[in-house]
Design a protein around this ligand. Structure first.
Ligand code: SF4
Length: 347
């Protein structure tokens, strides 16, 4: 079986369909081989996500508990103080994260918010962490301001295919999303962009989403693949569950189409067994969000992640820290301590 995969930007629907149609074992073998050609298969990059401004968002994304339009019982919070954000970043670093992502439930940042978010970027970078933000739409000027502050990544998901998109969000267009990603690239920042599976989309929509991402002139460096977390009060609370094998297949196809990008397991990990997560790592996922909360939905507890890494022989990817004791060594020390306390198999 021919498995090497060039970086390409001209995927056709038929080709992607053929990948999805492969027997499961053939698809996973192909994806894993390409993964090995491009990455250490036993390393996973670890990011922490903090909600720096929660709730009361004017957008109407039908999956999101932070939209002001849905009654989900979420308490709205103002923009966090810079010092509080820095304290969270210090904790994330101590837990082994190499990247700190800060998310705000905004349509877009206002001019009055910019000095605060710029300060956050600078202060978090001083800790030796990579920085990422997700603040909604960005025009060229604000994108430049964030890049000048030193922001490494900007997250802005496409969510789904262009065709299904208007059934999910009506307050901003698919083109608005592409424009923001264009501005981020033009400013010289790295792009984090992916989507959500399990929103009632068709197989064709999953193909359409991956084609949009993989046919960009430069692939997003980070591609989060979320599984819908069905939150009571949102219009999606009763959507049918997605077949987990389809989720794993989608990770594998993403790996094949974007062989040099980090494919990230993001929201929805709590609904995944350890065995399923292990299979997604085999299929090509090599990044996770780590910590107790993914914005406002539950994320597996940090220790559970550490234990899974240990059981799978996975090491967290080295960060940019120059500390004498590397983050990886710190994580492994934590793991050993957990094991010594008898917590290893209890999570
Ligand atoms: S996904 Fe983002 S933009 Fe959409 S409602 Fe939630 S916070 Fe607002």
């Amino acid at each position: 079986m021919q498995v090497s995969q060039q970086v390409r930007h001209n995927w056709t629907k038929q080709e992607v369909q053929q990948l999805f149609d492969l027997p499961f074992n053939d698809l996973l073998f192909k994806a894993h081989t390409v993964h090995r050609e491009n990455f250490d298969p036993n390393q996973v990059q670890v990011s922490t996500l903090l909600s720096i401004k929660t709730g009361a968002c004017p957008e109407d994304c039908k999956y999101c508990p932070q939209s002001a339009r849905y009654n989900t019982g979420l308490e709205r919070e103002r923009l966090m103080e810079v010092e509080a954000v820095v304290a969270k970043a210090e904790q994330a670093k101590a837990s082994g994260s190499t990247r700190f992502c800060m998310g705000a439930a905004w349509k877009h940042p206002h001019e009055r918010d910019m000095p605060y978010v710029i300060d956050m970027v600078k202060r978090v970078k001083e800790l030796g962490l990579e920085t990422c933000m997700t603040l909604g739409m960005l025009d060229a000027d604000k994108s430049d301001q964030l890049a000048e502050a030193g922001l490494d990544y900007y997250n802005h998901n496409l969510d789904t295919s262009p065709e299904f998109y208007e059934k999910i969000i009506t307050t901003r267009t698919f083109q608005d999303r592409l424009d923001t990603l264009h501005n981020v690239r033009e400013s010289g920042m790295k792009v984090c962009s992916g989507g959500i599976l399990g929103m009632g989309e068709t197989a064709g929509d999953r193909i359409g989403l991956l084609m949009q991402l993989a046919n960009m002139p430069t692939h997003p460096e980070s591609v989060p693949i979320n599984m819908l977390v069905k939150v009571a009060g949102t219009p999606m609370e009763n959507v049918d569950d997605l077949d987990h094998l389809i989720f794993i297949r989608t990770i594998a196809v993403a790996r094949l189409m974007m062989p040099q990008s980090h494919v990230r397991l993001s929201a929805g990990r709590q609904a995944m067994s350890d065995e399923m997560q292990a299979m997604t790592f085999f299929a090509g996922a090599n990044s996770i969000f780590y910590g107790e909360c993914l914005l406002t939905t539950p994320n597996p507890e940090t220790n559970k992640d550490l234990m899974l890494f240990k059981r799978l022989g996975i090491n967290p990817e080295q960060g940019i820290s120059e500390d004498d004791e590397t983050q990886s060594a710190m994580l492994m020390k934590d793991l050993q301590a957990e094991q010594d306390r008898g917590h290893f198999y209890q999570a």
